[in-house]
Design a protein. Structure first.
Length: 152
């Protein structure tokens, strides 16, 4: 009998084009479900039937994938490839696992990342803005940062 993986949702990455979204979760070690192993992202096809699909190679490398920077006893440091300069720290906060980063100069736990995007050519989407939303670590107030990519 194989043990099912134990995981906890950290945040969602939604987009303007449709109702599909990426869920990022912390996956616990199979031999010790109280210890973090990795962070994993996958699609939820909300536009259709709500089924789950893995990110494909291209999405992992250039869009919605993550890069694990460091795994420690009590935290995992990583970043989303779409916004590399946001350092994300997965840690246990109270009774749940959350993802901490700096949002508009405030240490906060991410609740969502929203991308306003238009895809004309599959390999070259036009990103209008990225909105990172969360709650301040110190007092729980909502914080938000809108990133507008450089126009070239």
């Amino acid at each position: 009998m194989t043990q099912e993986k134990v995981s906890y949702e950290l945040f969602r990455f939604t987009k303007s084009e449709n109702k599909n979204y990426v869920v990022y979760e912390v996956v616990m070690k199979k031999d010790d479900p109280t210890k973090m192993d990795t962070v994993h992202g996958y699609w939820v096809l909300g536009q259709t039937d709500g089924s789950i699909e893995e990110l494909n190679w291209f999405e992992k490398k250039f869009g919605y994938g993550i890069q694990i920077d460091k795994v420690e006893e009590d935290k995992i440091t990583f970043h989303c490839v779409a916004i590399k300069y946001f350092v994300l720290i997965c840690e246990k906060a109270g009774d749940k696992y959350q993802c901490r980063t700096e949002i508009d100069g405030v240490q906060a736990y991410i609740s969502s990342i929203y991308i306003d995007v238009t895809t004309v050519i599959l390999i070259k989407p036009v990103i209008h803005s990225i909105t990172v939303t969360g709650h301040a670590v110190d007092d729980g107030r909502e914080v938000k940062q809108v990133i507008v990519p450089n126009k070239k």
